[in-house]
Structures are given as structure tokens and as C-alpha cells.
Design a protein. Sequence first.
Length: 461
Amino acid sequence: MENQLVWNNRYDIGVDIIDNEHKKLFRILKKLFDFGQQEMKSQWVCREAVKYFKEHALQHFLDEENYMESVGYSGFQMHKRIHTNFREITLPALEKELELASYSADTVEHFLGVCAGWLIGHTLIEDQAIVSGKPLKQWENLLPDEEQAVMGQTIVSQLHSMFQLEPQMISNCYGGEKFGDGIYYRLIYQTREHKMWEFLLVFEEQLIVSTIGSVLDSKAKAVNAMLMNATMYTARQLIEYIKQHFPSLEGAKVQKEQLLNYEQFQKIFDKTSPQSSLLFDTGKGYFAYCMTTTDVFVSENGASLLAENAMAKVEKYLNQNKAAKAAAKAKKKLLIVDDSEFMLKMMQQLFCNEYDVSTATSGLSAFRSITLCRPDLVLLDYEMPVCKGNQILEMIRSEKEFADIPIIFLTSRVDRESVEKVVELKPQGYLTKSLAPEIIKKEVNLFFEKKERALMNSKEN
């Protein structure tokens, strides 16, 4: 693996004890990337380096927690909980994977990718919140760790009973990231007290094919209508089993049952403050479980399964998924990063017919999106909160495998000084938000046309 994971001043939060340890962790990961190239010594060297990284990471967590407590940081408990999740769940799961595979190149690369992504994201988002004094609110309603652990074990036990799997919970702060081709299932219950309980279940398609497909003796290599119907029935069984652990759900009735695409799921998740958000590696594919309670649920037009023509909607959902995958392969991938929901919706409508459009509302979600599905162009809001547009640009360029992804800034400022600051960063271009939508679209089309002509010319020469 080639990588240039190096420290950049943008990671500084201005607290020496934290910044110095961040730099050390970056250096250790960089060494690990380099060690991965050594064929004869890689297993022994990587084992020792992983151990070294773990020791420093744990010490860093303690130092950072002591600092947060000393300054009375209001987000201390939630921040500490994120550390605990990485220390007690994610790291052990990665270490187990390394040991079982004898530190194979693939598992070492997986370990490095997860740790590097976590370290960069955590440094730029959660750690920056320490000095800004504005804790992230997404995880403020999570159930206590003890209850999360019980819920995780309940799901592990049920998945084992249903499919003889040996699942392992790898995160109790699943952030809604996309993993492979997924089926997104949503159930909303209403209690007698008119309280809404929402469940979001995500099945990686290969998990459905290898478990439910094998039970039905199906030779299907992809999810079909029969497997989908069985999956929904299985999901309902799982939720009914989980409901037994919540006395307030006794007598609750289903108000909404939907199949969602990833974009619909992401919109709902981004507006949700979950009480549980768990991610499992089942050995056959990933599975995520998210639960929240609310007075009013987020409306999203997924495929409703409570109507009389539910089965027809299942068929339509699967056909749309299949068509979307085929169409996405033929389209250029466009990532739009903006903290304004209105702007994202407008831009998505503007480009969705000709491009495979993804959206992100923060630097962390942008980096996750780029990691999961490399875009052909990023339209990046320059005036982002917390992690500014220029910081996101630098973050992308610091990663060798992402450094050549073209960036066009979107800015609402047109004064000379602001424009000069944008140009100094040398993006592939910049567009002002005051431009008419058709002009913005024309400029993006022109960018790809020029790139295609340059590619053709290089092939001819």
C-alpha cells in the first residue's frame, strides 16, 4: 500500500498535549503503511507496530479526557464514550481480524484504513469541538453503554438463532455510512401514549443472499422478490423480539413500513438523534441497527409496504435498485458538500438526471463519502461551519489516493478579497451561488467536456 499519511497543521487544535500525541499517532500509522510493504517481515513488524499504535492511542485518550475534564468541557461524557467505543469495540474487532488472517495484506490494509479514517475524522470534528466549546449533538440521546451492550448482545443472540451466525458488534456509534450494496428497511411504531418509535435496519445484500437465500435453497446471486419478502418478514421478527425488552412498546402498532434507497436512508439518519446505532460484522456481510423515539417522524417517500399493492412495490423497489446501479456505472459521480439542506436539494435536483449525485453536510461526512465511493468531481461549499471548505480541500489533497480528485468551490462571496482567497487554494474552479442554476450546470458539464477532450488528446499523442 502506498500512502502519505502525514501531519498537517490544520489538524492542530491548539492544545499541546493533544496535538503532540496526534502527531505521534500519525507517525505510527505512517510507519505501519511503510511496514506493509515488507513481505518477509510484515507479519512480525505489523504485529509490533499495531501494539505500539494501540498503546499510544489508549494513552492519548486518557490525556485528552483529563484535559477535557480540567477545562469543564460540556461534551466530555459523549467524547469519552466515542473513545470507549473505539478502544473496547472497534480496535479489538480489528485485532481479532488481523490475528485470524495471520496479518494478511488485506487485513492490514483494512486496519490501516479504519484507523486512519477514524483518526482524521475524530481529530477534525470531535477534537476540534473541544476548543470550539460546541459538542456534537448527533449522539446526545444514545442509551447508556450498559443498555447498548445488552441490546447488542440481544441482536447477536437473535442473529445466531436465526442463521447460526457468529456476529460481532464493531461499533455502537454507527454513523450511517454506506457499506456495499444495502437494503434499507424502516419500521415506525406508535405506542398507546402516541409516542413514535423508529427502527432502521440495514442489510448488506450479500448477507441476505448467503443467509436467507441458503435457508430457502435459493440459487439467486442477488436479492430477488422472494428473498426480499423473506427478509422483511425476518426483520419484523427481529423487531418483535427486540420489542420485548421495551415494556413501553407493549401494544404498539405499526404506522409505517418502508423500503428506502441509500439517499432516503441518509436523509432520515442525518435528522435523527438515535438512542441505539449499532454496526455488526456477521462474517457473511454487515448489518446495522438504529433505533430512536420521537414525537414526529421524518417523512420520506420510500416504498410503503402497508398498502394493498405492497408486493408490486417490492418488485418496483428492486427494479429501481437494479436500474440505479446500472445507471450509476454509466454516470459521472458528483459529490456536493454544503451545510444548507436547501442548497443540497436544489443542486441534487439540478444534476440528478445526468450525474450520479451524492451529498454531504460536513467535512467528516464528505471524507467518508469520498472513501466509500470516489467521486469524479466535488462541488464544495467554501463557507462550511466547523471544518471549513479550505480545510476539507487540504484534507482531501493530503491523502495520496484522493489528491487528484478535482474540486470546484461554491461560494456566496463575490468581493475581490474573498475570491482571491479561493483562487490561492488552486481548485479546479469556483462558482458563485448567485449564478442561475442552468449556468452552474453548464459550467460543470463544460468541466467534464474539457477533461474528456484532454483525455482523448493524450491517447492520440
